[in-house]
Design a protein around this ligand. Structure first.
Ligand code: FEO
Ligand code: CA
Ligand code: CA
Ligand code: CA
Length: 674
């Protein structure tokens, strides 16, 4: 256990062991090329399956077939693929207070693995529009009604609140970039059997869909933010794609990593909306933060362009003492940046409707971390002066008829504006989390996971040095104080405190909360002990982990961190084992391992009921990389661990691995982590 401290209630459990290959050998004997295919939690806690890819979540939804034979129409009424960030939105209980027995889980469905998504994989029986439509239907996000009945959590499978938002859902675009010429793309009519051009262009205020929804945010006014991360990979080209250094589209495509091959998805071969060759402005409609009202199943999602366009990981809000609101955001790619958006208006706690368009006007800043542990928020505004001495409005990349147009271009080309003002290139900024101001703790303090980076130093990198070249032209910036490791295999966590405890501050102080690593490794690189890290745990090494990604403060002040490394206990992770979730003390840095995941999964997404007595945790892509001919070659979780869902009734079909949300309770009925 870890004792309580300022604004921190203590950790009441001891670290559980890492789920290593050695442990698998000890259980099964022989040589193991995998970790045990299960979720583990500390003694005194119970984990169970809550919802899995393919489960029915709304009226008409069919139970998962087990062999992925569902059509796109079936998938539209089932829980989506590869769940990521999520939040529990309570209903009001009988006493009028937020319920901890009934609510809506808004959950991102980040991406798909086509070899698991289709019974015959991507190439079996050819590639068809039907496959594209199913893949599009599995992307986006899900709203799932959760109820606790007789002590057991279950999905309300026919809930009128059950919802899927997918790649084809009509969406509104708002904020300063809405309506700009770069936001006008080909207009299409979308049906099951065709994506048909109307011959017109859109007006730049509407589009279809949201994809690659990684982490999330919430707003203080009760809405959900779903953040578009690796959206570039779903585009491709049926012919030439402009990646020239001399054209506006070419520069955008280079800086945002758009190319004819994409990430191997084949949507563009059947759906001309995703064909860069013929519809070059469509990518500009992605890379945004999207606001969703989970309580209103008919509400239209809104892309909030004021928050900038990049590979959005998540968006963490802070309301300061003066009711100013800011959202802190990472751009997850090697050598990209950390941003904050400050709303022009103040939060109105008394009138929810008054906050409805707070995300449409304000100032977007990007962070510069200086070596003296201070930092600057650099505004991305028309008058901002770049490191070349030229104001953005006079930079040819952003010039326009007036400052309104300049701002629209700055927002569509956020990464290029951040390059111009000299922001600090970071080791893949993932989740952001804000420490609650409770129990005497009174700072605006925000944390960000920097998951790893093999493109910082001069060390040889595996694979193609050109991949990830979107990052500032593929430059390797070298180490700096905020990113001190040349080959950052294990990642670190940075945090900052705003000057004068105000989210309006343009300066801050920062430090490294933890550098992750393997205390027991024999591997050493420049600088010495690069791979060991400096995390605090007792005994030393007992809670080691690598590649921090998910990061979230609960309402009691405990910090939860989730990991995204290879997940099978191989290579640099031989001692660290499967991906995991730890609980940390923000005062001392002391950590305890709370959960381990199944083979080749990522642990991502965590939320709690208002009473803190139920926690939901996401398990993404168990058995990643399996081939269509053998979908269970690495994992058949959750079916391999459980035969029924948390309601104790719903039988799980056998078959392929499924990304899922698990529900965790404490056997004594207490708060999770206490
Ligand atoms: Fe989808 Fe940056 O993780
Ligand atoms: Ca340690
Ligand atoms: Ca992530
Ligand atoms: Ca990640």
């Amino acid at each position: 256990p870890v004792p309580a401290g300022l604004g921190f209630p203590g950790i009441g459990f001891d670290s559980i062991p890492a789920e290593t290959r050695a442990r698998n050998v000890a259980v099964h004997g022989g040589a193991a090329n995998a970790v045990l295919d299960r979720v583990t939690v500390p003694a005194g806690y119970t984990a169970n399956l809550f919802v899995a890819w393919g489960d029915a979540i709304m009226p008409g939804g069919q139970p998962f077939s087990g062999n992925a034979s569902e059509t796109a129409a079936d998938q539209l009424k089932q829980f989506g693929a590869h769940n990521d960030g999520m939040h529990f939105f309570p209903f009001s209980g009988a006493d009028g207070k937020p319920s901890s027995d009934r609510g809506l889980l808004a959950i991102n469905n980040e991406y798909t693995h086509e070899e698991i998504l289709f019974p015959d994989g991507q190439v079996g029986n050819g590639y068809t529009l039907a496959k594209t439509r199913k893949s599009q239907a599995a992307h986006g996000m899900s709203v799932v009604e959760a109820r606790r009945v007789g002590g057991k959590w279950r999905v309300a499978k026919t809930s009128p609140y059950g919802r899927r938002i997918t790649a084809n859902t009509p969406v509104r675009i708002s904020g300063p970039a809405a309506g700009h010429a770069l936001m006008k793309a080909k207009e299409f009519v979308i049906t099951d059997s065709a994506t048909t051009p109307t011959g017109n262009m859109t007006d730049g205020t509407v589009c279809y869909g949201t994809i690659n929804n990684c982490a999330h945010g919430i707003t203080p006014w009760g809405t959900y933010l779903t953040c578009e991360e690796n959206w570039n990979g779903n585009f491709g080209g049926t012919g030439a794609v402009d990646t020239s250094a001399g054209t506006e589209i070419g520069k955008l495509n280079r800086r945002y990593g758009l190319a004819a091959a994409g990430f191997g998805y084949r949507w563009h071969t059947t759906d001309p909306r995703f064909d860069l060759t013929t519809n070059p402005n469509e990518p500009h409609l992605f890379g945004w933060v999207v606001e969703v009202d989970p309580y209103d199943p008919k509400s239209v999602p809104v892309k909030r362009t004021a928050l900038g366009r990049f590979k959005h990981e998540g968006a963490q809000y802070v309301v300061d003492k003066n009711n100013n609101v800011a959202f802190y955001m990472g751009d997850d790619e090697r050598n990209e940046y950390i941003y904050k958006f400050v709303c022009a208006g103040k939060f109105n706690a008394a009138n929810k409707a008054a906050n409805r368009n707070l995300l449409d006007s304000g100032t977007l800043y990007v962070a510069r971390f200086d070596s003296n542990l201070s930092g600057q928020w650099l505004p991305l505004l028309p008058g901002a002066v770049g490191t070349d001495g030229v104001a953005l409005r006079d930079n040819p990349n952003f010039s326009g008829a007036n400052d309104a147009e300049v701002l629209a271009k700055i927002l569509v080309k956020t990464r290029m504006a951040a390059d111009a003002v000299g922001a600090t290139m970071m080791d893949r900024p993932e989740w952001t989390g804000a420490r609650p101001r409770i129990g005497g703790f009174d700072e605006v303090e925000v944390y960000c996971t920097l998951t790893n980076n093999n493109r910082r130093g001069t060390l040889p990198a595996s694979g193609n040095p050109a991949d990830g070249s979107a990052s500032a032209g593929g430059a390797r910036p070298g180490v700096d104080a905020a990113n001190p490791r040349e080959d950052n295999v294990h990642g670190h966590i940075i945090r900052w405190r705003e000057t004068a405890k105000s989210v309006l501050a343009t300066s801050f102080n920062w430090d490294l909360f933890a550098q992750n690593g393997d205390t027991a490794t024999g591997k050493v690189a420049k600088p010495t002990n690069d791979y060991k890290g400096n995390t605090v745990d007792t005994p030393n090494g007992s809670a080691d982990f690598g590649a921090p990604d998910g990061l979230w403060f609960d309402q009691f002040g405990r910090l939860w961190v989730q990991t995204d490394q290879v997940g099978d206990g191989s290579g640099d992770f031989i001692n660290l084992g499967a991906n995991c979730m730890v609980c940390a003390d923000p005062n001392t840095g002391e950590m305890r391992r709370f959960l381990t995941g199944p083979n080749k999964c990522e642990v991502t997404g965590v939320t709690m009921t208002p009473d803190g007595k139920t926690m939901f945790v996401g398990i993404q892509h168990p058995g990643e990389d399996a081939v269509a001919a053998n979908p269970t070659q690495f994992s058949n979780w959750p079916q391999g661990q459980w035969s029924v869902a948390s309601d104790g009734v719903t039988a799980l079909p056998g078959g392929r691995p499924r990304s899922s949300v698990v529900v965790i309770t404490k056997d004594d009925g207490g708060v999770i982590g206490s």
